[in-house]
Write a protein that binds this ligand. Structure first.
Ligand code: ADP
Length: 322
């Protein structure tokens, strides 16, 4: 039996026996994913981030005996950078490649009134993660724990939730080294400057996920166009040159927009019924042209400002890991 199938086999027999079975059942349904289905190769570039994640998450899972004592894995890992740069994608890739259960929750869901009391939810989240180990808990927008605006009640809820989260992160270290059931916490933020010291200290590795450089943009465009027919004159290098400052998500939007343009032109001015009558095979045959790309680049503007990038670079130079 392959390693992946062995993990699945064990997981199918998992039984949660924690203190909140109903809450656990709902969490299991809503945020638990046993196979997020993203491969390393689906993530363009980010080689430095991949290297750090290999060392802090992947290898400790496969060689727990080596990562003991002074070599113990980091309690938590933070990925920070502008939105749409691949933080969630990378977390999914690590979980997929390691056969880990993936639990994806945004901090605002934990902070809000979602399913009632936040601390109970947090405790249950970690219990469930242990039951399904090896597990990766991915908490998006982790900064929102430290920057709550609004009523005194909201402040109090958030303060207590943060204390509970800190306790759980501290507990990860002990349970990982004694039970052999590894639970890894990966957090992400677009506002690292909002994290307070207590949380920052627990997120021992802090990985900067920058905007894609030229080579990464090329790779990202190629990944997006894997299954798409291109006209011979399409020059991916030129598209990559023209998209400096665009995030991975912006680039994906450009590829999507360009790839739909041929169909759009074909049905322009036609009613829905007339459009439906155009032969599918006719539309499928239309290749994406360079003009489609240039139009899309013109239409879709970069979403990240230079101020945002400077803010991240400054935080990286002060607190980032390499
Ligand atoms: P973040 O979590 O940093 O806000 P996501 O990981 O959700 O960003 O990325 C949003 C989308 O952008 C992805 O689903 C993917 O289509 C695209 N994308 C962003 N960065 C990359 C990358 N490095 N490689 C491939 N696709 C990417």
């Amino acid at each position: 039996m392959s390693f992946e199938n062995a993990v699945k086999d064990v997981k199918s027999k998992v039984k949660y026996d924690g203190s909140h079975p109903k809450l656990a059942a709902r969490l299991e349904k809503e945020i638990l994913d046993t196979n997020p289905g993203v491969k390393w190769d689906d993530v363009a570039g980010l080689s430095e981030a991949k290297r750090i994640l290999q060392e802090t998450v992947v290898l400790p899972l496969f060689m727990p005996e080596y990562f003991q004592g002074i070599r113990r894995p980091s309690r938590g890992v933070l990925m920070f950078g502008p939105p749409g740069t691949g933080k969630t994608l990378l977390a999914k890739a690590v979980a997929t490649e390691c056969g880990m259960t993936f639990m994806n929750i945004s901090c605002s869901s934990l902070c809000g009134n979602w399913y009632g009391e936040s601390e109970r939810l947090t405790r249950c989240l970690f219990e469930l993660a242990r039951a399904h180990a090896p597990t990766m808990i991915f908490i998006d927008e982790i900064d929102s724990l430290c920057s709550v605006r609004g009523s005194a009640t909201k402040h109090e809820t958030s303060r207590r939730l943060k204390s509970e989260l800190l306790v759980q992160i501290d507990g990860l270290n002990n349970s990982n080294s004694t039970s052999g059931k590894m639970v890894t916490l990966l957090a992400a933020t677009n506002f690292p400057g909002n994290l307070d010291e207590a949380l920052r200290r627990r997120l021992e590795k802090r990985i900067y996920i920058p905007l894609p450089d030229f080579e990464t943009r090329k790779e990202l465009i190629q990944i997006n166009l894997k299954l798409i027919e291109l006209a011979p004159e399409v020059d991916i290098e030129q598209v990559a040159q023209k998209t400096e400052g665009y995030s991975g998500d912006d680039l994906t939007n450009i590829c999507r927009d360009a790839s739909l343009n041929g169909m759009r032109q074909k049905i322009a001015g036609k009613t829905i019924d007339e459009s439906k009558n155009i032969l599918k095979s006719e539309i499928l045959k239309i290749p994406v042209t360079m003009e489609d790309f240039l139009e899309a680049v013109d239409k879709i503007k970069p979403t990240v400002s230079s101020g945002d990038i400077q803010r991240h670079q400054k935080w990286y130079s002060e607190f980032g890991s390499s």
